[in-house]
Each structure stands twice: as C-alpha cells, then as structure tokens.
Ligand binder design. Structure first.
Ligand code: GRF
Length: 210
C-alpha cells in the first residue's frame, strides 16, 4: 500500500478527485496518508477533515521558505509519504525540498506546458488566443512548472468561451489526468530519458537486475 501526501492552498477539487478515485478503486493500493495546507482557511483542508483524513495546517505566512519547507518535509517523512501530489499548492518548493523526494513529487498545471507557466494559466491562454489548451501533470523539479511531463489532456478553446468557461472545462480534465498520472507513477513502469517520461514494460528494479 503506497502512501500519498497532498499539499494544497485553496479549493481542493483536485485533492477531492484523487480521494474519490481511491474510494472508487480507480487508484489501487494507495491511501492518502496526509493532507497539508499552508493556509488555515483553505476549503480543501476542511474537506480533508470532513473526509476523516489526517489533515494538517502548516502556516507559511511570515516564515522564510526554507523554514516552512522543513516543517512540511518533516510531517511528510513522519507519515512515510511515497508520492507527494501538489494540488493547487501556491508555494514554490525550495531546491532542498525537491531533493528530499526525488521523482516523487507531482504537480498539476492548467495549461499545456511549456506554454503558460505560472499564475492564471487559463487566463493567459485565453488572452493569447490559442485554439487548444489543456492541463499537464508533471514531476516537480527545481524550476517552476518545468519537470518531466507524465500526462497531458487537451481542451479546445471554443468561440463562445471566456476565461471561466475554459477554466471549468480544463478542470474537468485535470481531475481525470491526475488519477491517470498517479496510477502510472505508482505502477513504476516508466523511464525518464532526458526530459522525456516514457512508459516501459518493466519497473526500474527489474530493469536494473538485467
Ligand atoms: C488547478 O487549476 C491546478 O491546475 C492549479 O491550481 C488549481 C487548483 O484547483 N495548480 P483545486 O484547488 O484543485 O480545485
């Protein structure tokens, strides 16, 4: 049984989608060991409590990044988290944090990276006038919205769209994409070749025995 950690700052709909996928057996052999919010008033952390999950607020306000990161990492290690899923976590992780969980941190971003990294990706895409956008689940590395891409889903931009309708259709795909990516990563049957995440027929341990 793998233990997932979730970091969030806000609404928490991606977290709920992951929790529902576990409950429904779409993600197998995994549980959510810990949900952490850096904000006490995030709806996502209330939902985590209501679901009876181990939910922790570790406030970031007024703390140096490294200090806050150390508290978060300590909680994740105490709970023996195998895979950490950022789900609307509005903080940059320090390089030290990323190094604590090599290839074990996923993020979801509401655009087809490398287009429109950073904040308000859906608004950026809409304003730019792209005809296709979508979402990306990727490994987290030391750069913002940058690590190897695990899953992408496309969403057409319709003539009648505004930023909100586009964002809502992207969000539906985010919920599907995160479950898919978690299953692939927990399955362990992949290689990262340069920047490319490639599915393989065997997991890393088996490959190394050859
Ligand atoms: C999502 O759009 C996600 O892609 C981005 O932040 C938003 C979080 O939404 N990283 P929610 O809190 O999961 O509902």
């Amino acid at each position: 049984m793998k233990s997932l950690g979730i970091l969030l700052s806000g609404r928490g709909s991606n977290f709920v989608a992951i929790a529902e996928s576990i409950d429904a057996g779409r993600i197998v052999d995994a549980r959510i060991a810990l949900v952490i919010s850096n904000k006490a008033d995030s709806p996502g952390i209330d939902t985590a409590r209501q679901r009876g999950l181990n939910a922790l607020v570790i406030p970031s306000k007024g703390k140096a990044r490294e200090e806050h990161d150390r508290e978060v990492v300590a909680a994740l290690k105490t709970n023996k988290v195998d895979l950490l899923c950022l789900a609307g976590y509005m903080r940059l992780l320090s390089p030290w944090f990323v190094q604590q969980f090599p290839r074990k941190i996923l993020n979801i971003h509401p655009s087809l990276l490398p287009a429109f990294p950073g904040l308000e990706a859906q608004e950026q895409a809409f304003a730019y006038g792209v005809k296709v956008s979508g979402c990306t689940v990727h490994f987290v590395d030391e750069e913002l919205d940058h690590g190897a891409i695990v899953v992408q889903k496309t969403v057409p931009v319709l003539d009648g769209d505004d930023e909100h309708t586009l964002a809502a259709r992207i969000l539906e795909q985010e919920h599907i994409a995160y479950t898919e990516a978690i299953n692939i990563v927990l399955g362990g049957k992949f290689e990262i070749l340069g920047r490319r995440f490639v599915k393989s027929s065997q997991n890393a341990e088996v490959r190394m025995q050859k």
